[in-house]
Ligand binder design. Structure first.
Ligand code: SF4
Ligand code: MG
Length: 336
C-alpha cells in the first residue's frame, strides 16, 4: 500500500528584505531539503529544538504558504502545486491540532458550532439531524459530555479545550492529523491524558499522524517512528525502539541523554551540547551540527553528510558511519 503522505525534498527559504533598495539581502533556510512518508495508522514524530524548522514543515504540508522547492503527495496525488479550488476536497483529509488550546478556538462560537463548521463546510451531513448526531458522536470520541456542546470555549480547562480542538480536527474525517506541539502547553497530568486520547483515536480510526514536538519524553509514549531535525535538515530517522535504544546520530544521542529514564540506575550520561543552535540564516558549512558535535573531525567542516541507511529502517546523516566500526562511536547499541 502507498503511504498516506509523502514529503519529497521539501525546501522552505524565507527571504529577508533589507538594504537601501529593500531587496532580498539574506535567506532563512528554515527547511532545507527533507523527505519522509507516513503510512495509514502510523505516527511519525518530527523532533528537534525550537527553530529547527519542524513547525514550518507542518505549515508547508497544510499549504499555509508556498514551498521553495519539493513536493507534498497525499495518497498518491501531488497537492503542493494544486490550485486552491481543486485542492478543496483533498484539504479535508489533512487536519491540524495546534499547540495553544486557548487561541485556536473561536471564543465567540459555542462548541456545537465549532464542531458543526467543518461538517458543514465539507458537506458531511445530509440534514440538521445528522449534523447534530455527528457533533454528539465527536463529543463521545474525545470523552466530553454531549450536553457540553452549548457551552463556550472559555468555560473549559486547557485539556478540555484541546479535546475540542481534536474533535474539530476529527469532524472533517481526515486521513492524517498534524499535531504541532499539541500537548506542550498542557500540565503534566493533562498531557498524559491527551496523549492517550490521541493514541486511542489513532488506533480506532486508523489515522496517520505527524506529531511535531520538541519533547522526546512525550514522543516516546506516542510514536511508531521518529525523524530528528536539526537546522532545517533531518539528521536521523528510525523506529522508536531503534532510535531510543541505539541512536546513530550524535545530535540524537545528546537529545536522548536529557530524557529521564524510568529505571533507576539506567540513567544515560547527560551530554551537554556546546553553544547555541546556529542561525538558520547562515548555517555552518559541512555538517550543520559540527559546531556543537563532540565527535566532529576535519571532514565534518567541509563536507555535508547525507542521510544514509545504517541498519534496516534506520537512517542517519553523519560521516562517522563511513568509518570502520572500531572508529565509529555511533556504531554500537548505545543505552540499550
Ligand atoms: Fe558530528 Fe561530523 Fe557526524 Fe556531523 S558528520 S554529526 S559533525 S561526527
Ligand atoms: Mg514550533
Amino acid at each position: 500500500s502507498r503511504p498516506v503522505l509523502e514529503v519529497m525534498d521539501l525546501k522552505k527559504h524565507f527571504p529577508i528584505h533589507g538594504g537601501f533598495f529593500g531587496g532580498v539581502t539574506a535567506k532563512v533556510y528554515a527547511v532545507d531539503g527533507i523527505s519522509f512518508s507516513i503510512d495509514k495508522g502510523e505516527t511519525l514524530s518530527l523532533v528537534g529544538e525550537s527553530g529547527c524548522g519542524k513547525s514550518t514543515v507542518g505549515k508547508a504540508i497544510l499549504r499555509l504558504f508556498g514551498l521553495t522547492d519539493g513536493q507534498v503527495v497525499l495518497d498518491g496525488t501531488r497537492i503542493d502545486d494544486m490550485p486552491a479550488g481543486t485542492l478543496r476536497p483533498l484539504r479535508r483529509r489533512i487536519q491540524v491540532v495546534f499547540q495553544d488550546p486557548y487561541s485556536s478556538l473561536n471564543p465567540r462560537m459555542r462548541v456545537r458550532d465549532i464542531l458543526a463548521e467543518p461538517i458543514r463546510n465539507f458537506g458531511l451531513a445530509k440534514n440538521k439531524a445528522e449534523l447534530e448526531e455527528r457533533v454528539a458522536l465527536l463529543m463521545d470520541k474525545v470523552r466530553l459530555p454531549r450536553d457540553a456542546v452549548g457551552r463556550w470555549p472559555h468555560e473549559f480547562s486547557g485539556g478540555q479545550r484541546q479535546r475540542i480542538g481534536i474533535a474539530r480536527a476529527l469532524a472533517a474525517e481526515p486521513d492524517i492529523i498534524i499535531c504541532d506541539e499539541a500537548v506542550s502547553a498542557l500540565d503534566v497530568s493533562v498531557k498524559a491524558q491527551i496523549v492517550n486520547l490521541l493514541q486511542d483515536l489513532q488506533k480506532e480510526l486508523g489515522l496517520a499522524m505527524l506529531f511535531i514536538s520538541h519533547d522526546l519524553a512525550i514522543v516516546e509514549h506516542m510514536t511508531h517512528r521518529v525523524a530528528v531535525m536539526y537546522l532545517g535538515k533531518i539528521v536521523e530517522v528510525a523506529t522508536k525502539r531503534d532510535l531510543f535504544s541505539a541512536p546513530k546520530h550524535p545530535y540524537t544521542e545528546a537529545l536522548l541523554s536529557a530524557v529521564p529514564v524510568p529505571m533507576p540506575g539506567a540513567a544515560r550520561e547527560r551530554i551537554i551540547l556546546k553553544g547555541d543552535v546556529p542561525s538558520p540564516i547562515n548555517p555552518p558549512k559541512g555538517c550543520r551540527f559540527h559546531t556543537r558535535c563532540g565527535y566532529a573531525f576535519d571532514r565534518c567542516r567541509v563536507d555535508e553528510p547525507v542521510l544514509k541507511i545504517t541498519d534496516a529502517g534506520h537512517w542517519a546523516a553523519c560521516h562517522l558511519h563511513d568509518r570502520p566500526a572500531a572508529e565509529n562511536p555511533m556504531a554500537g547499541a548505545k543505552g540499550a
